[in-house]
Design a protein around this ligand. Structure first.
Ligand SMILES: Nc1ncnc2c1ncn2[C@@H]1O[C@H](COP(=O)(O)OP(=O)(O)O)[C@@H](O)[C@H]1O
Ligand SMILES: [Mg+2]
Length: 384
């Protein structure tokens, strides 16, 4: 939980800095992230505290929206980190309005490669291998793929409990291949686009599909393409129908679109989405196994002073049942208490078993057996 809090604070700070520097696109990004983490905190807490986080999340969304309403081109060219695509920039001279399609490009195309790569992700050997086969190899080696008459493209849906690294894995693909990468998260889109979600999603798909090769990562697909039902909103029904039409139409194109989805709640996705054949591969991302837990500990404790005879194996065993996100949070917590202790007693900051022990006492594992059963049941019923 303190990990979420830390991320929230980080994005709040970055957002404020970006606003000061006039980098609007970047500010919008961080405001939305701050809102995401506040929502996550609200979900993890309860009562009054949750209410406060919800209010904070709401106000960050509000800020994001107001920032977005500002003139676009100047904000884009002022952004050194480049959340915009060069093509969108050159197509729109300063001061002129940006066309809707290139605005969608600029908004969702990740021009700067994320720093996270496959090597930062512990475990998930099967998922990584499947993604390499479907997504990475055909794009890296198009000649060989063509020789084999292997039509690249297709889709992968990553599903499983929250905090298991699905978003991280999806984003890491941008790092691995040299192709335009579009990222949009369901919750974000729905809250920002209000009544026009389906047109905006449609434009996003078209932007991606207009490139010879591109990757479109739809995170939190459940929020974007919820189950249509007689009782559900007109908007929900429309957005799913529109998505099916856009994705269906794309099949005829010679361009290559790699569709990637991630969700914690696969049962909330409209069933027709699976029938389009676009998510040919469904990969369950479960709790990290022992090797992955050891990897997580090593990644986050490497180069950090540890007590003598620090027992990685014992901690790997102790953390069975914890998600990747839990483990990262736990290590962060232990680091903070180590720092506090070393400031108090003037000693060297060295992480001990006791520090981790203390952190463990305050952070329960976030996934229950009941949740895991739910995924298993879903897998058997729907993909079995
Ligand atoms: N297998 C993993 N390897 C490394 N870090 C992980 C892993 N799983 C989770 N994490 C950590 O947990 C955080 C949250 O993971 P995230 O990708 O947002 O989970 P999900 O999308 O499945 O809910 C990541 O940013 C990362 O720090
Ligand atoms: Mg996620």
């Amino acid at each position: 939980m303190s990990f979420l809090f830390e991320k929230k604070t980080e994005h709040e700070t970055l957002c404020e800095a970006a606003i000061k520097a006039g980098r609007t696109a970047e500010a919008v990004f961080h405001a939305a992230k701050a809102a995401d983490f506040s929502f996550a905190l609200a979900r993890q807490t309860g009562g009054r505290v949750a209410e406060r986080y919800l209010a904070v999340a709401e106000s960050w969304l509000d800020i994001a929206e107001r920032l977005r309403a500002q003139p676009f081109p100047s904000a884009l060219s002022a952004s050194p980190r480049g959340y915009s695509s060069p093509s969108a920039l050159s197509a729109s001279p300063r001061g002129e309005g940006v066309s809707e399609a290139s605005a969608a490009d600029a908004e969702f195309e990740i021009a700067e490669k994320p720093s996270v790569s496959f090597s930062d992700i512990a475990g998930m050997a099967d998922a990584k291998a499947a993604i390499f086969d479907m997504v990475v190899h055909p794009v890296r080696e198009p000649e060989k793929a063509r020789a084999l008459k292997l039509k690249p493209g297709g889709g992968v849906l990553l599903y499983g409990p929250p905090g298991t690294g699905k978003t991280m894995l999806g984003k890491a693909i941008a790092h691995e291949i040299d192709a335009p990468f579009f990222y949009a998260s369901g919750a974000q889109i729905r809250s920002k686009w209000h009544g026009e979600s389906e047109q905006r999603l449609s434009r996003l798909i078209q932007s991606a599909a207009s490139r010879p090769v591109s990757v479109l990562f739809l995170d939190e697909v459940d929020g974007l393409l919820p189950r249509r039902a007689s009782g559900s909103s007109v908007v929900d029904n429309r957005i799913v129908t529109q998505f099916l039409a856009d994705i269906g139409g794309f099949r005829e194109s010679a361009n290559i679109l790699l569709l990637l989805g991630a969700t914690n709640k696969p049962w909330e996705i409209d069933e027709a989405v699976f029938r389009t054949g676009r998510f040919d591969e469904k990969i369950y991302i479960g709790l990290p196994d022992a090797a992955a837990r050891l990897g997580l500990l090593r990644i986050h404790l490497s180069g950090v002073p540890l007590q003598e005879a620090f027992d990685f194996d014992a901690w790997t065993a102790r953390l069975d049942g914890f998600t990747g996100s839990d483990i990262v949070g736990l290590v962060h917590d232990a680091k903070r208490s180590t720092l506090r202790r070393s400031i108090q007693d003037g000693g060297e900051p060295v992480i001990t078993h006791g520090d981790l022990e203390q952190a463990l006492a305050t952070i329960p594992s976030s996934v229950t057996d009941r949740m895991l059963k739910q995924y298993e049941q879903f897998r058997q019923q729907r993909f079995g």
